[in-house]
Design a protein around this ligand. Structure first.
Ligand SMILES: Cc1cc2nc3c(=O)[nH]c(=O)nc-3n(C[C@H](O)[C@H](O)[C@H](O)COP(=O)(O)OP(=O)(O)OC[C@H]3O[C@@H](n4cnc5c(N)ncnc54)[C@H](O)[C@@H]3O)c2cc1C
Ligand code: FES
Length: 234
């Protein structure tokens, strides 16, 4: 195992099984200690289905750590982490990693899911080093507003740094909202990937700094570099 795996980085993992996929799948690091890596994933298609069927003792191939990472926070800073759905995974690693290293940080988590049933029990530090906020778009099938609506009507605090990971429309909405507010924001993007290490160029996106690959230049980008009209949606 590698010495250092930083929050925001991901692995490419093989998905063995009866219908194993040719390409490995990118999954963010959710937790990492010597000789142990934690991944949190949602079953979507064959690859993640295969992962869900793995048995203890079964072998997988993994390439790690891949990609860049979130900018480490300065001591005493107030960081807001915004996670939508399974996108919360790398943010949990960020919170556990930095709260154990820099005790003066205030790390708040704004976590959204479509409904209460989709809320994931997260492995978070106790006591939590900031505010922990959860919102579900639907409650008893009634629409309550999205995560940004919830944030705008509930947040009274100012933050030094924002970090978001989740569905692209969610990240775009927060990036637009904060674009005039003079606060640094980073986002972790998703894309379909083949090689995962910058060779196939299959994950290239246009940015204000030219073409970038999500797998090696990213997945973390400054929100104001992303051309949200051209980043594809899954
Ligand atoms: C850097 C990075 C980190 C990621 N971290 C995580 C993570 O921590 N946990 C996790 O569950 N997933 C994560 N993903 C997404 C994950 O890689 C995909 O969900 C997975 O590759 C799907 O593979 P599959 O074979 O199950 O589905 P496929 O058969 O490849 O796809 C099934 C269906 O899901 C859609 N789909 C595929 N990929 C995505 C996607 N990224 N988002 C939305 N829909 C998609 C396809 O269009 C298709 O309709 C990450 C992706 C990237 C690029
Ligand atoms: S997945 Fe091949 S270059 Fe990014």
């Amino acid at each position: 195992m590698k010495e250092k795996v930083l929050p925001g980085q991901f692995v490419e993992i093989s998905t063995p099984g009866k219908n194993s996929t040719f390409l490995k799948r990118p999954i963010s690091v959710y937790g990492y200690q010597q000789n142990q890596i934690d991944l949190l994933y949602k079953v979507l298609g064959q690859g993640t289905q295969n992962l869900s069927l793995l048995q203890p003792g079964q072998t997988v191939d993994m390439i790690l750590p891949l990609g860049n990472f979130f900018t480490p926070p300065s001591p005493h800073s107030k960081v807001l982490l915004i996670g939508g759905g399974i996108g919360v995974a790398p943010l949990v690693y960020y919170i556990n990693y930095f709260s154990s290293k820099i005790s003066s940080l205030e790390l708040s988590l704004l976590y959204g899911a479509e409904n209460e049933k989709q809320k994931i029990e997260l492995n978070l530090p106790n006591p939590f080093p900031g505010n922990l906020m959860f919102h579900s778009d639907y409650k008893n099938d009634i629409y309550q507003g999205n995560l940004l609506d919830f944030f705008i009507s509930n947040s009274v605090q100012e933050y030094d740094l924002l970090i978001a990971c989740g569905p692209h429309p969610m990240m775009k909405a927060f990036a637009d909202y904060f674009s005039t507010k003079n606060v640094v924001m980073e986002v972790s993007l998703e894309s379909n990937m083949a090689c995962g290490y910058g060779v196939c160029l299959g994950c290239t996106i246009p940015t204000s700094q030219g073409s970038k690959t999500v797998c090696t230049d990213g997945p973390v980008f400054p929100a104001n570099q992303v051309d949200w009209t051209k980043v594809w949606k899954h």
